[in-house]
Ligand binder design. Structure first.
Ligand code: SF4
Ligand code: SF4
Length: 446
């Protein structure tokens, strides 16, 4: 069998490690780095080679027997689109309400009609989950995320929902756990204990910068929220897994180190706390958009890397899960993550709340609704004509670009929106972190 270097392997150059010259590579399909003494091309061309090494390089998709880039692309599309159906976890994001007690200018919900989830949607959720488990034998766990708006505005409905889905999961049985995306302000004193007893394990909050910058974006009744949030969440981090989603923009980037130092001073539990970085895309309805990075710009990539570097230096766990998206829920057939809107309709994108037929696929209250095969692989492959001609190594972390952003910018999902210079810059930056932050690098996920 003839082997060659995979088209999805990026050469990151060479360097000396413990006195030995090494070649460094990044695999865009597995998102892993490798450092080896020889070039992959040299290893692949050797007539005789250690069988174990060859096997592991093939298994890790560093080497391939595919004869053409197009075969590798088809295989990548097959793997990525099937990842939802093969997932052992079903992530259900239920929008309890799109109302909120804050008034952030960049919120995507500003573009939607603010409303609470209707009774039909609440009532339909347990049965919908039961039906999905029945037709998807791979599912061993259901993770319910209470989403908004601000879900705590409907605290008792949140608890009812946890109770009913937990009960349904225990009957099947599959494992159940829950999370909440909240600004954390206004929970009644007993809420967190009761919710923990009903399976709530993960809590995510959004932060817009260190105190001064955050308070200029996120206010309650005319006052800042930073100090109160840090106080609530340092307490919660003793018992819950806490995600601190840090919105990156030109202002918040400058004060990130101050924010990370504040977490240290406030006594957050480092084992339970993860900083999730996200460069929010500039969108038309956001009044503060001059502070935001252009989507998929090298400026955004540099901000991700410099903040991740600061966070790792201070010993924090960091998530860069938003950096390479897609792949996402949209690029999965039978997705493992679904978003349910307040009217019970299912969206294939975390930020599309309108009735756009490219994203809206039915209602959980309809007894015959099931997560169908959407033909997404075909759409992506048709969009990728230029990617194929260029034999782009970044295809698995791009899939021709974010469909919801394309819809906004190009008015269609049936085209590519290329962010290659952003992706290249990100990979270079991640490689630098891998080399320079050896002891801390495993605290980073992306
Ligand atoms: S389509 Fe874009 S915004 Fe929506 S989930 Fe995918 S990557 Fe995220
Ligand atoms: S859209 Fe650009 S970055 Fe994405 S796969 Fe195609 S050529 Fe590569």
């Amino acid at each position: 069998m003839t082997l060659r270097r995979s088209s999805f392997v990026v050469d990151c150059g060479s360097g000396t490690e413990e006195g030995i010259e090494k070649r460094h590579y990044f695999n865009t399909l597995s998102r892993k780095f490798i450092s080896i003494p020889d070039q992959l091309e040299t290893i692949a061309s050797r007539a005789k080679i250690d069988g174990k090494l060859m096997e592991s390089l093939k298994k890790g998709r560093w080497l391939t027997s595919a004869s053409a880039y197009s075969d590798e692309m088809s295989e990548a599309i097959r793997l990525i689109t099937a990842s939802g159906a093969n997932s052992s976890t079903l992530n259900v994001i239920f929008t309890v309400t799109t109302r909120c007690n804050l008034n952030c200018s960049y919120c995507f919900q500003n573009n939607t009609h603010r409303q609470d989830a209707n009774n039909e949607a609440f009532a339909a959720l347990p049965a919908f989950i039961k039906r999905e488990i029945a037709v998807r034998p791979a599912i061993k766990k259901v993770r319910l995320s209470l989403f908004g708006g601000e879900p705590l505005l409907m605290e008792s409905r949140c608890l009812d929902l946890l109770r009913s889905v937990k009960r349904e999961c225990s009957i099947v049985p599959v494992e159940f756990e829950a999370g909440i995306v909240t600004n954390g302000l206004g929970a009644s004193p007993g809420f967190w204990n009761v919710a923990a007893g009903l399976g709530l394990k993960n809590v995510q909050i959004t932060i817009d910068g260190a105190e001064k910058v955050h308070d200029s974006f996120r206010q309650l009744n005319g006052g800042g929220t930073y100090r109160e949030l840090l106080s609530i969440y340092s307490r919660l981090s003793q018992d819950f897994k806490v995600g601190l989603k840090y919105n990156l923009n030109r202002k918040s980037r400058e004060c990130f180190a101050e924010f990370a130092a504040d977490l240290n001073a406030r006594g957050f539990n480092k084992n339970n706390t993860r900083i999730v970085l996200e460069a929010v895309k500039a969108i038309e309805y956001n009044e503060a958009q001059q502070y935001y990075f252009q989507a998929f710009s090298t400026e955004a990539a540099d901000a991700y890397i410099s903040c991740a570097d600061d966070a790792l230096r201070l010993g924090w766990q960091v998530s860069l899960a938003h950096v390479f998206q897609p792949p996402c829920m949209y690029t999965q057939e039978n997705p493992s993550t679904i978003l349910i809107r307040p009217d019970g309709k299912v969206s294939r994108c975390i930020s599309v709340f309108n009735d756009d037929p490219d994203f809206t696929v039915g209602n959980i209250a309809a007894s015959d609704f099931s997560l169908a095969n959407y033909g997404v692989g075909e759409i992506i492959e048709n969009n990728a004509v230029k990617c194929k001609a260029a034999e782009c190594p970044y295809f698995p972390v791009c899939m021709t670009g974010c469909p919801s952003f394309k819809k906004m910018k190009l008015k269609t999902i049936k085209a590519a929106l290329c962010g290659r210079s952003y992706i290249e810059r990100m990979v270079q930056g991640l490689f630098r972190l891998k080399i320079e932050r050896v002891a801390e690098y495993d605290k980073l996920d992306f």
